[in-house]
Design a binder for this molecule. Structure first.
Ligand code: NA7
Length: 546
């Protein structure tokens, strides 16, 4: 079906069945599925190419923390068989090549408009269509608007006094220069010690003359044991792919892990130590699968946390620095980091750790960073300060539903969504991996695929019945929001100042945003809703002809 430039919109406005915002892994697959339905679709992408997260996050050491063979699409068996991952955890350039390969393989680029940031989307109730505006002057209208804007795509730049006075170079890990940065011979400050910092610090430290790490909260990291993928292993995975993907779908995280059914508190200290060591030697997020009570019982969690603190003390030569690097909060409450030589980096003579937990950074000065009463003169500052997670990318767009209701207003006390996919008052708008869905607590690729397929099925259902407008019911939304909140309150993930709770952004409502009930339960619920004729939605047909 071809877009029509005069159909429903004003001058210069193209009309489509669907507009998709974002050409990351979600937007790419959504476009592919919609084409199969015969829909006309246009993707608007702020970046200059496909890839989303992996287009922007080019900081040194950026790589996925889920093994590549699982952090990949499964919708196309031939793609899955043809693509060869080179490392256990793919680095950003390889992930970006993969996204590009998918775009080319399925001829997706012709429906994607690059370098075009969507600034506004509003629902025209009279026409039953969305009107979309972008910063390059593009205008479009569409029956459906699908937000594939990512969960960690709106960089967080905290306000530091004097920040603009700094005379050197400034970088944010989530907005890294495409040509890369050479820190050789430079004095560098890095602010933050989350996943992005944990990945980049060892590499920047090897280049820089001196690296100053400003740490507000220490983080737990488990070793990646990254390595090139052995062709024999890859062959074995490919032969087992259908079964592997099925097994993964049965786990809480959507990752084919060995999750223990045992409880830490019912296991002897010697046995526990053996199990933690086994998982430490294996590497990666698998560590937290050691016992099923780790994220529910603080006492159980303490045993895993203490094991990791012991490893930090073993790795870091200076006991005072080891003490500062050792977290005291719940392990897994903030996102567990997967590292390559992070703690060992603090044994280098050219790395200084500055604890800003009790006294915040005082200011950025023309020469560097002032903290703890001293000025640290540097040539460059790296802000590894994370993202306005889950809601940030959506709320940076002026999204308006029925009667001009702004999403920002609707979500002023925290995000409200039915299944993390649809919002009452915002008909025909869908969010892929939105707040209220498992998203960031799971392997993003299968989670994205499940959302894309569910939304495509819904659109197919509507087209088959000549339905024009569908909207989540307020009651269904309320019930879902309450369910998501109730589940979150039962876990230890609720106990620390994480971005899952919005604590990293001043003024953001403290709401645990992702659905924590696990991938299988979530999928079951989505399937039930669909099987019951999209229960919790109201659909109407015969909107005025467009
Ligand atoms: P994160 O995990 O949100 O980390 C941001 C870091 O920046 C974290 O250590 C913060 O400390 C620190 N931060 C933020 N603001 C400040 C100020 N004002 N002063 C000092 N330090 C500050 O973001 P990442 O990019 O590392 O990772 C995001 C996700 O991407 C990650 O979870 C993976 O899923 C992939 P805090 O902990 O808030 O005290």
């Amino acid at each position: 079906m071809q877009p029509n430039s005069s159909q429903a919109g004003g001058k210069g406005e193209c009309a489509y069945d669907v507009v998709i915002v974002g050409a990351g892994f979600a937007g790419l697959y959504m476009l592919h599925r919609l084409r199969a339905l015969g829909c006309s679709a246009r993707v608007f992408e702020a970046g200059g190419d496909v890839g989303g997260t992996w287009y922007w996050n080019r900081y040194p050491g950026a790589r996925c923390d889920v093994e590549s063979v699982q952090y990949s699409y499964q919708f196309d068996a031939a793609l899955q068989q043809d693509w060869n991952w080179s490392e256990r955890y793919a680095a950003q350039p390889e992930l970006l090549s993969y996204a590009r390969h998918v775009a080319d393989r399925f001829d997706l680029r012709r429906d994607i408009q690059f370098n075009c940031r969507v600034t506004a989307a509003s629902f025209d109730a009279a026409l039953g269509r969305w009107r979309i505006e972008a910063d390059d002057g593009s205008r479009a209208s569409a029956r459906f608007c699908i937000m594939a804007t990512g969960c960690l795509s709106a960089p967080n730049l905290p306000a530091f006094e004097g920040e603009m006075t700094f005379k050197g170079d400034r970088y944010h890990t989530g907005y890294w220069p495409h040509q890369g940065v050479d820190f050789s011979g430079k004095r560098v400050a890095i602010i933050g010690t989350g996943s992005s910092a944990v990945q980049s610090i060892p590499i920047i430290a090897r280049q820089a003359e001196h690296l100053y790490v400003f740490q507000r909260t220490p983080n737990y990291a488990v070793p990646a044991h990254n390595a090139p993928l052995d062709p024999g292993y890859l062959k074995q995975v490919k032969a087992d792919y259908p079964a592997l993907r099925q097994r993964a779908k049965q786990t809480m995280t959507g990752i084919d892990f060995d999750y223990s059914e045992q409880k830490a508190l019912e296991t002897s200290p010697q046995e526990r130590r053996r199990e933690y060591q086994r998982r430490w030697d294996h590497g990666g997020l698998w560590f937290l699968g050691a016992y099923q009570d780790l994220m529910v019982e603080q006492e159980a969690n303490d045993t895993a946390a203490e094991f990791v603190r012991g490893k930090i003390r073993d790795k870091v030569a200076n006991p005072e620095i080891a003490g500062l690097l050792a977290p005291t909060n719940t392990i897994g409450c903030k996102r567990l980091c997967v590292d390559i030589g992070y703690y060992e980096t603090f044994n280098r003579p050219n790395v200084t750790l500055i604890d800003v937990s009790a006294q915040p950074i005082e200011a950025i000065t023309p020469r560097g960073v002032r903290a703890r009463g001293a000025e640290f003169a540097v040539d460059a500052i790296v802000f590894a300060t994370g993202f306005d997670a889950m809601t940030g990318a959506l709320l940076r767009i002026d999204i308006r539903g029925r009667n001009g209701l702004a999403l920002k207003q609707k979500w002023s006390e925290g995000p409200r969504s039915y299944l993390g996919i649809a919002v009452a008052g915002f008909p025909n708008l869908f969010t892929i991996t939105g707040p209220g869905s498992p998203s960031v607590l799971t392997n993003m690729l299968p989670t994205i695929e499940q959302h894309v397929e569910w939304i495509a099925d819904l659109i197919g259902f509507m087209r088959a019945r000549r339905l024009e407008v569908i909207e989540a019911e307020g009651g269904a939304e309320d019930e879902w929001v309450a369910h998501v909140g109730e589940l979150a309150g039962r876990t230890l993930r609720y106990t620390c100042g994480s971005w899952y709770l919005g604590v990293n952004i001043p003024g953001k409502p403290r709401v645990f945003m992702p659905y924590i009930g696990g991938f299988p339960k979530y999928v079951e619920r989505c399937n039930e809703v669909a099987a019951n004729g999209y229960q919790g939605f109201v659909a109407t047909g015969a909107a005025p002809a467009t």
